[in-house]
Design a protein around this ligand. Structure first.
Ligand SMILES: C[S@@+](CC[C@H](N)C(=O)[O-])C[C@H]1O[C@@H](n2cnc3c(N)ncnc32)[C@H](O)[C@@H]1O
Length: 196
């Protein structure tokens, strides 16, 4: 497996990426005013997938499927499992999952599970787990603890955006000796090597 410092260096030096999530974005997204601002954020998700080349991607927190599309555009042969409880919390919006399943996850090997990650004791084997669901302390710690067992890599979103996510991630890393690095400051993108 590629060393973390090689990956972080490669991400820093990523050449221009012309991936544009706005092509698949929902015109009725209540946060549509922020699409232009989000362009580089989703390009970064694309870059991560391009560096890690996961064959199996699992994501906690799907919303309209924008990160899913970024990952799958970089790795079109990957399978995808999305876990989202379809709640109007942490950015969730009514109709978001329908949009994801009808417009984004038309990928042949994609599964959307409408369930809270907090009720699961395994997310299944994957090469990349994107943790972007219930952004409070207990839930983030749970997602990390369960996720590390069956993931090669975990990308935690929001460590610079949510104090609760940051604290949970710090505590998790203090409790578990896993290779990790903040790979992007914007919003906070922490990449952690899992145990798989
Ligand atoms: C920040 S949004 C995800 C954004 C998405 N990853 C993207 O980049 O487009 C958070 C999502 O997590 C979902 N969510 C909230 N609590 C959850 C939980 N306990 N389990 C699974 N999903 C949850 C919400 O329904 C919402 O769609």
């Amino acid at each position: 497996m590629m060393p973390l410092d090689v990956i972080t260096r490669a991400l820093t030096a990523e050449p221009d990426i012309d991936y544009d999530f706005r092509v698949i974005a929902c015109p009725d997204d209540p946060l549509r005013d922020r699409f232009d601002e989000w362009l580089s954020y989703y390009r970064y998700k694309y870059a991560v997938a391009r560096q890690l080349t996961p064959l199996r991607i699992t994501e906690i927190g799907v919303r309209y499927g924008y990160s899913a599309d970024a990952f799958l555009s970089a790795c079109p042969y990957a399978s995808y499992v999305g876990i989202d409880d379809d709640s109007a919390t942490y950015g969730g919006a009514p109709g978001a999952l329908e949009w994801a399943s009808e417009h984004v996850l038309i990928h042949t090997d994609a599964v959307l599970r409408r369930v809270s990650s907090q009720t699961l004791d395994s997310f299944g084997d994957c090469d990349l787990l994107h943790i972007d669901g219930q952004q409070d302390m207990a839930a983030t710690y749970h997602d990390l603890s369960v996720g590390m067992l069956t993931s090669s890599w975990m990308l935690v979103d929001g460590t610079a955006f949510s104090a609760q996510v940051a604290t949970a991630t710090e505590k998790f890393l203090a409790d578990h000796d896993l290779d990790h690095a903040v790979t992007r400051e914007h919003m906070g993108q922490m990449l952690i090597r899992g145990l798989r």
